[in-house]
Design a protein around this ligand. Structure first.
Ligand SMILES: Nc1ncnc2c1ncn2[C@@H]1O[C@H](COP(=O)(O)OP(=O)(O)OP(=O)(O)O)[C@@H](O)[C@H]1O
Ligand SMILES: [Mg+2]
Length: 171
């Protein structure tokens, strides 16, 4: 799907947050400035995180407490060796009643469980245009594929008008 602002990307993230369960893994792929952190902010807000979500700078991982769920936010851009992944303690993070979000996750796919939602963000024509492609990998998210499609479709469809709404008024 396409978004035309960071706010729209955050709305997509919020829709996905509505389907997230403890132990879920989300991989965010996309070039520098694509909107991976913006997506994570939208996801976190929707899960009740009030702290500002920023890129983890000195640590590779940052933990946020949401009222609905904890969020572990990892950015493995600076990871120099694949074997450093084991230092992240990913199994523990996934077993922490949290949703785990990894920016630049494509770099470490071989080290990950085969059960995640891949979100690829690419640049569109305009400065603020982005294209988001969602790909469930493994059974966990594949089972939620149609729920995911419905949640995304609801974002882009105009609010439905009920009989009796002002729009139906006869003059
Ligand atoms: N449609 C859009 N979706 C997401 N971000 C957008 C969009 N349009 C503009 N932006 C802007 O693009 C920037 C995206 O920055 P962000 O830090 O989220 O990217 P990133 O993918 O995390 O980059 P990095 O690889 O450096 O971590 C923000 O300044 C955001 O406001
Ligand atoms: Mg980022």
């Amino acid at each position: 799907m396409e978004t035309a602002s960071a706010a729209e990307t955050k709305d997509v993230a919020a829709a996905i947050a509505g389907l997230a369960r403890p132990g879920d893994l989300l991989l965010l792929l996309g070039d520098l400035g694509a909107g991976k952190t913006a997506f994570t902010q939208g996801l976190g807000n929707a899960l009740g995180v009030t702290q500002p979500i920023t890129s983890p700078t000195f640590t590779l991982a940052q933990q946020y407490e949401g009222t609905d769920m904890r969020v572990h936010h990892l950015d493995v851009y600076r990871l120099e060796q694949l074997d450093e992944v084991s230092d992240l303690g990913l199994p523990e993070l996934l077993d922490d009643d949290a949703v785990v979000v990894i920016e630049w996750g494509d770099a470490i796919v071989p080290m990950l469980p085969n059960n995640y939602l891949e979100i690829r963000i690419t640049f569109g024509d305009g400065d603020d245009d982005r294209v988001l492609v969602l790909e469930p990998v493994g059974s966990g998210w594949s089972a939620r594929r149609s729920a995911l499609e419905t949640a995304i479709a609801e974002l882009s469809s105009p609010p439905s008008t009920q009989p009796g709404d002002a729009g139906d008024a006869q003059c």
